[in-house]
Design a protein around this ligand. Sequence first.
Ligand SMILES: [Zn+2]
Length: 437
Amino acid sequence: MQVYKEPIMKNSLNSLTLLLPLFFLFSCSAPKTAVEETPPTVSKNTRTDISATAALSLKEEFQPTADKDTNANSQSCNNEQVKLTSDFAAGRMDECKRTGEYEYSITLVPENTPINSSPWYAFKIQAKQVTDITITMKVQGDKHRYPPKISRDGNKSWQLQDYQLKGERLIMKVKASPQSVTIAAQEIINNQYYVDWAEELTVQSAFTQSILGLSTQGRPIYKIESRDENSNEWVVILGRQHPPEVTGALALFPFVETLLSQSELSKYFLRKYNVLVIPNINPDGVHAGNWRSNANGMDLNRDWNDFSQIETQLINDYLKGLVAQGQKIKFAVDFHSTKNDIFYTMPVDYGVESSYFVRHWLGELDRQMPNFNVVLRPGNNPNLGVSKQYFSDQFGVHAITYEMGDNTDRTKIKRIAFKSANILMINMLSETDHDKE
Ligand SMILES: [Zn+2]
């Protein structure tokens, strides 16, 4: 089964790492000072009533409480000849100025500070006639992380856009035409993309999609489940806590598709284990083109201790509900992106069950992919509020943060996901004693 319609990255992007200057050096998981911010209190009665939302149709037209068109993120440069706009889902261009006849200046501004350095942008360009324009893009108080991509076919396929860096300014020349083009930090995977993906997936598998609850601004947060009545053990898969971390999403899709592929291995696996996938935890942040946060300006992957946000509360409540029904959380994978491909794990001696389970799994991945260097980074950070730690502390099991590099070859991301999902299934079905090295 091949469900995931990959936003196609043309040839040049498959050797992307070679083209990138070294200054795109950022980490998604590095704790930043933002961690110390006091979260706003969310009273319990703002929680979503799951039983009520379950009645919502999945296809129901969404009415956001914050209208994008009145959103400060929505800016445009609009004159007779050329139009630059960001008033679409996941669009972002905080300021736009026309600085010359064919010259434009864009400034990117984070939703709050301090913040992880992941300046997101996405805007469309259209011109009355074919015109070469020059765009200079700078980031307020920060540097660029993502080299620009361009789509000329309505965000289906993407290519690297040529650019130059002069100090902190990123400069690109774009051929604008009546046919609109999109420039973005990474391939655009917006909220609708997830819904379409999951609908296609559930048509072809035993998975079901439903609404777990509503985000801060009232957007649906979907869950996809495969549940066998004879099984009570769960693998949990999470994604998109951090909106710009698109390569994490590009890994989650094939990973989940492999688990659900109905291959002999998958069928066997799904008889033994239930799977819960929450692919898009932060739909408000994704819609707004946020660098990091949800609609309240909170980093969700620092909220798994406090549960001050509806998005993390919903998942915590749901998992605890499962456990209260006698179900067992067995393992969790949370998909992200950072500079390089890294698997953040819990230490072998942390005291969770099956101490060597992750080491066995990813060790086998390393053996089976000689051209891919599997980097394990064990860590224990009890007060940080990351999901990985939550799963280990709350349920006594392993969990990992699965990080794909921002610029990792897109085909390679798929290969790694396919292999790692297959080996995970074998590992979880084998008789191997994971308490021993
Ligand atoms: Zn992240």
